[in-house]
Design a protein around this ligand. Structure first.
Ligand code: HAM
Length: 422
């Protein structure tokens, strides 16, 4: 029979008990830390469907973006409706807020889930990947920008990210963007023959994106090009300076006027966080202000700012050495007493929340179960057989000190002992 494989660029994530360096474990750990940070920042969770109407992304992320133009997972459903697997989370969140008619209110939201982009898989770039996103809705430019950078600093600190750089820029208002784009196109047109196909497409569709070109020849040409900083209003430049000043003691933050982002909905402050430890795909998060998206999708004028974190990229550079909870391995010696012994283990689990209790469910000898407890880095083995059950006792064996004697404890003594373990 032909083997069935997972699809290109899509990973299975399978947790392993003693595999701290395994990618899956790093991802699960990173998600846990992020959830905690989101709670600390008083954000509320939102979950939107993975499948959406294709038009949602055409009207938000934009027809001229690579994400919509080339990378959408799109298909017709049984009703001939064009459906896509969401490539990002922001558009779905705004659709949901408009649909629930709460686009006049303020919201501070987070989400976590899979996204899909039909890209060429490589290190740090997958076709199915996970994003944790934050969207702060209903707040004008100002403190919400600072809240974004504050969140990034907390993420960097708690996950001990090495060599992080936060890049910030401002795309100005509509008028200055229009004027700058015109000047940029006028400057670049005479170099058309030297631009590659991708940059020529950008010149027509979204000239700002050329600033982000990876082509060294284009970057050479751009050296003498008009600079967006010369067109930005004072307010925008002031916001960049204020943001840099506020956080420069806490993190490595740079104003980078070439940062433009690859999605069409951004209107003002934009940012990315990168680390040189990631290699070519060095951005582990990105975001910005998108004040026009809600009205573009048929809602009210709702100022908004947000960001999304690439979980695989962040997890690959995070310090995932979780402060280990003490592991206790519970070994039942006879299948005849399984149920009663299980009840004892069940009760023990509520005694001390900082302990993990692993009931060894498989058949096997005491020797093999102790071997497994050692392999899992358990600190103690609790052993119970028919004799112990009759006398309401449990054998306690320390696995930390191989020379220590095992002892018999009554259930009350065991509860006290479990409580005392830090
Ligand atoms: P984005 O820059 O397209 O922004 O994606 C955010 C992050 O997702 C990237 O910095 C990267 O870490 C990760 N990422 C993107 N594509 C892939 C891929 N193929 N494989 C692995 N990781 C990837 C957005 O998605 C916006 N929705 C962010 C936002 C929220 N702006 C405002 N609110």
């Amino acid at each position: 029979m032909e083997k069935i494989h997972s699809l290109t660029g899509m990973m299975d994530l399978v947790g392993k008990k003693a595999g701290k360096s395994e990618m899956s474990n790093r991802i699960f750990f990173t998600e846990k830390v992020l959830r905690n940070i989101f709670e600390n920042y008083c954000l509320s969770e939102i979950r939107t469907p993975a499948l959406e109407d294709e038009n949602l992304f055409k009207r938000s992320v934009g027809d001229s973006s690579d994400i919509v133009n080339k990378e959408l997972y799109s298909f017709l459903d049984k009703n001939d409706k064009r459906i896509v697997l969401r490539p990002e989370g922001t558009a779905g969140v705004i659709r949901s807020i408009i649909e629930k008619k709460i686009d006049g209110d303020t919201h501070r939201l987070w989400y976590l889930g899979p996204m899909w982009r039909y890209e060429r898989p490589q290190k740090g770039r997958f076709r199915q990947f996970y994003q944790a996103g934050i969207e702060i809705l209903g707040y004008e430019e100002g403190l919400a920008e600072l809240e974004m950078i504050s969140l990034i600093c907390s993420i960097n600190k708690q996950l001990e990210i090495k060599n992080p750089v936060i890049k910030i820029n401002h795309l100005g208002n509509k008028e200055c963007k229009k004027l700058f784009c015109k000047e940029l196109v006028d400057y670049l047109k005479p170099f058309s023959s030297k631009l590659d196909k991708k940059d020529l497409e950008r010149l027509d569709g979204n000239p700002l994106r050329i600033l982000d070109s990876k082509n060294p020849e284009t970057q050479n040409i751009l050296n003498e090009a008009p600079k967006i900083s010369d067109y930005l209003p004072k307010d925008s430049l002031d916001l960049l300076d204020l943001t840099k000043d506020t956080f420069s003691n806490d993190c490595n933050i740079e104003i980078d006027h070439t940062l433009v982002r690859g999605l069409d909905y951004y209107t003002g402050f934009v940012f990315e966080a990168t680390s040189s430890d990631l290699g070519a795909q060095d951005a582990y998060l990105g975001g910005g202000r998108y004040d026009e998206l809600c009205s573009q999708l048929g809602g009210k004028n709702l100022p908004a700012i947000g960001m999304a974190i690439g979980i695989e990229r962040l997890a690959s550079i995070a310090n995932a050495n979780e402060i280990n909870k003490t592991l206790v391995s519970f070994i039942i010696l006879s299948s005849k007493i399984e149920q009663k012994a299980y009840k004892i283990a069940h009760d023990l689990r509520s005694v001390n929340k900082s302990l993990n209790l692993d009931i060894q469910l498989s058949e096997g000898s005491l020797k093999s179960k102790l071997r497994r407890a050692n392999k899992d880095n358990a600190s103690y083995a609790l052993i119970i057989g028919e004799e112990e059950l009759k006398s309401n006792t449990v054998i306690v064996k320390s696995l930390l000190d191989k020379n220590s004697e095992q002892s018999n404890m009554t259930l009350n003594e065991l509860h006290d002992f479990m409580k005392s373990i830090v």
